[in-house]
Design a protein around this ligand. Structure first.
Ligand SMILES: CC(C)(COP(=O)(O)OP(=O)(O)OC[C@H]1O[C@@H](n2cnc3c(N)ncnc32)[C@H](O)[C@@H]1OP(=O)(O)O)[C@@H](O)C(=O)NCCC(=O)NCCS
Length: 155
């Protein structure tokens, strides 16, 4: 079982939508959702060409199959910080895949985006996310309402 990261491709749309269904985010994919996700995917792909993209996302693959993603958002190029997010399809949870993928993601974004520190937040009701962050070397910062904030200095 090999976890890798790669850039998204236009042909990922169908599988990308399948993961939303798998995780119960949508019950059904209607044309509005499809349009919205296609626009997101197009933007993600366009961003690969930009020197300073607004967000940078890489697909997580398991033996070549798309299973989720890692994303850097709210990128502050002056302050050299960004907010990190991640998700994978439910069928693949609790196998260490996201922890592995996130570790690889830092290697890819550190120089590409010239980051010194990354932040991440998760909801209190989602302890698996906090566990992934801890396993990937994040430090707890604070609780803000329902959210728990972490950060990590990139070396
Ligand atoms: C959160 C998520 C990314 C975790 O991915 P994953 O590939 O299952 O993560 P890993 O297998 O690498 O690690 C999960 C860890 O959480 C632990 N865990 C799982 N459920 C847990 C729970 N209810 N309470 C505490 N720990 C939990 C696992 O035991 C494992 O830790 P361990 O290795 O010490 O045993 C995945 O569940 C997901 O995509 N969720 C939906 C989207 C989301 O919440 N994204 C995060 C927003 S920042």
């Amino acid at each position: 079982m090999t976890i890798k990261l790669r850039k998204y491709k236009k042909s990922d749309l169908k599988r990308h939508l399948e993961i939303f269904l798998m995780n119960g985010i949508y019950k059904k994919i209607n044309p509005k959702i499809e349009k919205q996700e296609k626009e997101w995917l197009d933007k993600a792909i366009e961003n690969y060409k930009k020197e300073k993209p607004g967000f940078y996302v890489l697909a997580i693959t398991l033996d070549g199959k798309l299973i989720g993603n890692c994303i850097a958002e709210k990128i502050d190029y002056k302050g050299k910080t960004a907010e990190i997010g991640f998700w994978i399809g439910k069928d693949y949870w609790n196998k260490g895949y996201t922890t592995k993928a996130l570790g690889l993601f830092f290697k890819r974004i550190k120089d590409k985006l010239d980051l010194k520190k990354v932040h991440a937040k998760h909801e209190r009701g989602n302890p698996a996310s906090g566990r992934v962050l801890e396993k990937d070397g994040f430090t707890f910062e604070e609780e803000k309402g329902k959210l728990i904030a972490y950060s990590k200095t990139l070396k």
